[in-house]
Design a protein around this ligand. Structure first.
Ligand SMILES: Nc1ncnc2c1ncn2[C@@H]1O[C@H](COP(=O)(O)OP(=O)(O)OP(=O)(O)O)[C@@H](O)[C@H]1O
Ligand SMILES: [Mg+2]
Length: 363
């Protein structure tokens, strides 16, 4: 295409989806004809996906829409159309309907210039399927996602979806990744609170910045992520100021209670013991992300082997025995390190020998 390196077919599909999202196509039969014109015989294999796409667009079923676009993305990735896949991922997150914008403008609007200092917005690429989660956690997350997706239905029965999640657990086991994956799954923007932009030496100013931030996010269906949530209360040492900070945190909690249920608040902490009961109570879902079990480590090793042209040549259980007690992050880094060493030692490289030597060095 047209300047950005995407092929013609990719270009057509990309813009077709964009147009569907912006509801330019009112006549769906016309839309189908239009799409069919864009594709050659090979790409017609996705006609079932196109039909689902149109069904979801016409019925307003965002869940089906997302699943279908995800299937198209997976198909395009399989064909190594990575640019198109990545653009489609951006489109489904960027073009979320924003029914709640109340005229104050977007992040780029002049009124919200300051907001950029308080929040960091990103389009998360981490998907739920990329994460290792215990069955129980997986189920809890799926239920949560369903509640958010079907919030209108819940509201029609006088119920609100849950929208406050607390993630706990030692570093490197997926708190941040899960928060991102939830935003990705819901296809909504991910805002990470920037404490450096919020916390000033003037508590009054800090409080007003927090209010501004919460007012801003309440205009949009989004995830608001407080990483290292305990840090808010630990910023200052002396008792007078600690009291002030406590008040500030209390006021934040009260304001969090007021947030509409389409603002998904996710807080993460490695130190749940530092959070008092009032804070715990605020969160409707609490998830502890623990270190991987031996079985889970074996699964990670097997998945690495599937994605790499060569197997380690050592039974996954041997890795599991040596690496138990490590975080997912450490285990992933460990395996990547072996694969990197092997590639750099090619053509002579011996993957099994490298893996054995790396395992030996684990204390
Ligand atoms: N459960 C998991 N499944 C898959 N990958 C994981 C998992 N947990 C961690 N990782 C990998 O480790 C990296 C670090 O994880 P992440 O930042 O989510 O951990 P965290 O719990 O937020 O850690 P911290 O407490 O240091 O902020 C991720 O980028 C990901 O590659
Ligand atoms: Mg983190």
């Amino acid at each position: 295409m047209k300047g950005d390196g995407v092929g013609d077919n990719e270009y057509s599909l990309f813009y077709s989806l964009k147009e569907l999202e912006s509801n330019k196509f009112v006549h769906f039969t016309g839309f189908i004809t239009y799409l069919c014109e864009q594709f050659n015989d090979e790409s017609m294999a996705r006609s079932d996906l196109l039909i689902k796409l149109v069904q979801s667009g016409s019925s307003g079923d965002r869940h089906l829409f997302k699943k279908t676009v995800q299937a198209i993305i997976a198909e395009e990735k399989g064909k190594h159309h990575h640019q198109l896949a990545s653009k489609l991922e951006d489109v489904i997150i960027d073009n979320q309907p924003k029914p709640y914008i109340n005229g104050n403008g977007s992040v780029n609007g002049s009124k919200n210039l300051q907001v950029e200092k308080l929040l960091h917005k990103s389009n998360p690429k981490f998907a739920l399927k990329d994460l290792y989660l215990e069955q129980e956690i997986s189920t809890a997350v799926s239920e949560f996602v369903q509640e958010q997706f079907r919030s209108d239905f819940l509201r029609s029965h006088g119920l609100e979806p849950r929208h406050r999640i607390l993630l706990t657990g030692v570093p490197g086991n997926g708190k941040t990744s899960l928060a991102e994956a939830i935003a990705n799954e819901l296809m909504i923007p991910f805002y990470r609170v920037r404490y450096d932009g919020i916390i000033t030496s003037y508590l009054g100013e800090t409080a007003s910045r927090l209010s501004k931030l919460l007012e801003f996010v309440s205009q949009e269906h989004c995830v608001l992520f407080f990483d290292e949530f305990d840090a808010i209360g630990k910023e200052r040492g002396d008792t007078h100021e600690t009291g002030e900070i406590k008040r500030l945190v209390n006021s934040l909690l009260l304001q969090m209670d007021e947030l509409p249920s389409y603002v998904v608040v996710i807080a993460a902490t490695n130190h749940p013991e530092l959070l008092d009961k009032a804070v715990w109570r605020r969160f409707q879902i609490k998830i502890e992300l623990g270190k991987p079990s031996e079985k889970a480590i074996q699964q990670v090793v097997q998945d690495f082997e599937k994605r790499f042209p060569k197997k380690f040549g050592i039974a996954p259980v041997q890795f599991a025995k040596k690496l138990t007690g490590r975080s997912y992050s450490e285990i992933i880094d460990f395996l990547l390190d072996i694969q990197r060493k092997y590639v750099l030692s090619l053509p002579e490289g011996n993957l099994k020998a490298i893996a054995q030597s790396q395992l030996k060095s684990v204390k």
